[in-house]
Design a protein around this ligand. Structure first.
Ligand SMILES: Cc1ncc(COP(=O)(O)O)c(C=O)c1O
Length: 462
């Protein structure tokens, strides 16, 4: 064991890490007192990045200094506690710290021989995810960049399995001339599922769309006749309303027909972690494949999409790579479950996230953010504004009246900087979306944000 550190305090690694550590701490400390969205002047100052490719090297500490001085003011405070746009969680302290350490490790996680530790931790954490989500623990899976990539990976496995039933090996022979697969989605399927269908060669327009109800749930009684050549994509957690498709009915019917059922559960599937909300995810465990994100509700850092597939052989057949210099070992190889080969040690960050939360912490995170969403909804309703959705989990849709009024409220909320909320159109009505997804949001943050939204809405409505 070396007794001395390899780096002295004056070497470039120490200097750079010291600079980054100090600046990162200051950045995070100041985050709650600054505007959630960057100022126009901070964004305008980004022009200074547009310099010619430098001739001379730059000291690492100076690289970090420039990044902080120019870049930090132009960031969106998604790591803070009052960002309610899209479905964006923060990064938990243990995750951030693990990310620093794993960056120092600099592991390539593609093959076990490149990083035994990451390969091992990936196996552990995928089992944990199956347990949390209530999915059979012999499912195979992988950690990809995002739910879009997870949807794609699962659909590629589905394609392999469904065509394989007709004796067609899509990995070898491609899709031209292959037997048809009938794809069924809900009218409210997330755009990423359509993109994944496009990438997997199914096409996003030749799908059968099943009508949905007022909350965006598929009407299961309107499902078409299914067969062993059918692929049905269902959703756990609508990006607007948070609603869940009726999985039990769809999966039962799908399986009677031997169809493949895929779940896009980018954030909603994590409701299974809470005894209070688990009932919403009932039936989804019966599906064949699942896509989710740990960088959303569980508050891992980016990129942490997760794909899980019941038919391990189909996933491996769709994703396996081989070359003379890439000799797989006898144990599971991370790259053979995902489209990507070289990648960061995402599994370790996911492990740190779940290890630090534990079962209890994860359940509390889910329940706390749902309670915050309900408080927003109650406060908005009491002030006379229309909440458009049943607030079943952490998503709230609010209309402040006519389209122009809601748009103006949203524009001013974003400019005001107390919090940040995005917009949408829900079943023809313009709405502001409030998605409470961060571990850092407190009751005080909710009250402060609600007060700002109501103040602005009153100003706009006169
Ligand atoms: C239901 C659903 N599916 C898929 C996605 C896409 O996630 P990602 O950006 O990680 O690809 C989202 C994003 O919010 C989502 O809500």
């Amino acid at each position: 064991m070396p007794t001395e550190s390899r780096v002295s305090s004056t070497d470039p690694i120490s200097a750079a890490l010291q600079a980054a550590g100090g600046r990162a701490r200051t950045y995070l400390r100041e985050l709650t007192s600054r505007s959630v969205y960057p100022s126009d002047s901070a964004v305008a100052a980004l022009a200074q990045f547009h310099e010619p490719f430098p001739e001379q090297p730059c000291h690492p500490a100076d690289v970090v200094r420039m990044l902080d001085e120019l870049g930090s003011p132009a960031t969106v405070a998604t790591a803070g506690s009052r960002y309610f746009g899209f479905v964006i969680g923060g990064t938990l302290p243990a995750t951030l710290a693990a990310s620093w350490l794993t960056s120092a490790w600099d592991q390539n996680s593609a093959f076990r021989v490149m990083s035994p530790v990451v390969a091992e931790i990936e196996e552990v954490v995928l089992r944990w995810v199956c347990e949390i989500l209530g999915i059979p623990d012999d499912c195979e899976g992988g950690i990809v960049t995002c739910a879009t990539a997870a949807n794609f990976t699962a659909l590629a496995a589905a394609r392999q399995a469904l065509l394989g039933r007709s004796g067609w090996n899509v990995a070898d022979d491609g899709l031209f001339g292959a037997p048809p697969i009938e794809v069924v989605v809900g009218d409210e399927a997330h755009a990423s599922v359509l993109k994944a269908l496009n990438l997997a060669g199914f096409g996003q327009k030749r799908v059968i769309r099943v009508p949905t109800d007022a909350q965006g749930r598929m009407k299961s009684n309107l499902l078409p006749k299914l067969s062993r050549n059918s692929l049905v994509c269902i959703q756990a957690g609508n990006v607007n309303t948070g609603s869940f498709d009726p999985a039990t009915d769809i999966c039962r019917w799908g399986h009677e027909s031997e169809a493949w059922v895929h779940v896009d559960g980018a954030f909603g599937l994590w409701a299974a972690a809470s005894p209070k909300y688990r009932h919403l995810t009932a039936g989804f465990e019966m599906a064949d494949s699942w896509a989710t994100d740990a960088h959303k509700w569980p508050n891992a850092n980016y990129d942490c999409g997760i794909v899980l597939v019941r038919d391990a052989a189909a996933l491996r057949a769709a994703m396996t790579i081989s070359a003379a210099y890439l000799q797989p070992g006898v144990k599971r190889e991370p790259t053979n479950q995902t489209p990507d080969a070289s990648r960061r040690a995402r599994a370790v960050e996911l492990w740190a996230t779940l290890k630090s939360l534990g079962r209890q912490g994860l359940a509390e995170l889910i329940e706390r953010t749902c309670a915050h969403a309900r408080r927003f909804a109650t406060g908005l309703r009491e002030a006379g504004y229309e909440v458009l959705n049943d607030v079943v989990i952490n998503q709230v849709l609010v209309s402040f009246g006519a389209e122009e009024i809601t748009q103006e409220v949203m524009r001013r909320v974003q400019k005001d900087g107390t919090c940040w909320c995005g917009g949408t159109v829900w079943q023809g009505k313009t709405a502001m979306r409030i998605s409470v997804s961060s571990w850092a949001t407190t009751e005080e943050d909710v009250e402060k944000s609600l007060a700002a939204i109501l103040r602005i809405a009153r100003q706009v409505r006169g």
